[in-house]
Design a protein around this ligand. Structure first.
Ligand code: ATP
Ligand code: MG
Length: 248
């Protein structure tokens, strides 16, 4: 089991402005980590860097003993087996021309995971609470919550060590959101979550540790319990105040 270490990472999309500045945190296997911050604070940028979709401008990201290098193809292939993602919009994140079977099987095929694809797809669908008889249906035939379950099934099909989720429940209505949060909680028995959200309540319900991001800098991090009990930073207090009711 590897640890993901983000070490003094900085990133800029344009020359004028740093979007991330000296960001450091660790994701340890078995400890779900939440990344919280208001819109534009750099949460999605961190996830894109963690997925190797962008390259750091300063600092490094380590996976175990290796440095994450998006251009190292062999490394990226093995890294992708360990680190998968779920995105915000269940309507745009699934290919509308592919049926459920092909969507969920895609990482198994592209990563050349050994074993029977059909069995793995059925196992993943079962784990997210979808019946196996939907294999030949298409994304437009499902609700937003069901689509997000399909996206989660795709993410866990290769049995990754880590699942990175970017606002994965934000687009869902409240009752669906609660069910999908429950599903993530159940899945985190087998995989470690890095859960990005502007919603501190959702993150607190899922993650043992939290990183609070403000305009590209970490202003506070630590155990969720401690941060909720005594937020040290005014920004964290403001995020907390916007949560209607904290889960126990
Ligand atoms: N492709 C891009 N080109 C230039 N600037 C970008 C790009 N993507 C994001 N940014 C800028 O980088 C900053 C951080 O954006 P990012 O998407 O990481 O924030 P976020 O915390 O995920 O916000 P949200 O909660 O709205 O999703 C913002 O100021 C944003 O405008
Ligand atoms: Mg974002």
């Amino acid at each position: 089991m590897n640890t993901i270490s983000v070490e003094n990472v900085s990133y800029r999309y344009t020359r004028e402005r740093s979007v991330l500045d000296d960001v450091s945190f660790t994701v340890r296997p078995g400890v779900n980590l939440g990344i919280v911050g208001e819109s534009g604070s750099g949460k999605s940028t961190i996830l894109r860097l963690l997925l190797g979709l962008l390259r750091v401008d300063g600092g490094r990201i380590r996976f175990g003993d290796s440095i994450l290098d998006p251009s190292a193809r062999a490394f990226m292939r093995s890294y992708r087996r360990s680190v998968q993602a779920v995105f915000q919009d269940p309507y745009s994140s699934l290919d509308p021309r592919q049926n459920v079977k092909n969507i969920v099987a895609e990482p198994l095929r592209s990563l050349r995971i050994p074993g029977d694809v059909g069995t793995a797809v059925k196992g993943a669908l079962e784990a997210v609470g979808l019946p196996a008889d939907i294999l030949h249906r298409y994304p437009h035939q499902f609700s937003g919550g069901q689509r997000q379950r399909i996206a989660i099934a795709r993410a866990i099909a290769a049995r990754p060590q880590f699942v990175l989720a970017d606002e994965a429940v934000s687009a869902l209505d409240l009752s669906t959101r609660i069910r999908i949060v429950d599903l993530f909680r159940k899945l985190s028995d087998d995989t470690t979550l890095v859960f990005v959200s502007h919603d501190l309540g959702v993150v607190a319900a899922l993650c043992e540790e939290i990183v609070i991001l403000e305009r590209g800098r970490i202003v506070e991090s630590g155990k969720t319990r401690d941060i909720l009990k005594s937020p040290r930073h005014a920004y964290t207090q403001a995020l907390l105040a916007s949560v209607p009711r904290m889960p126990a």
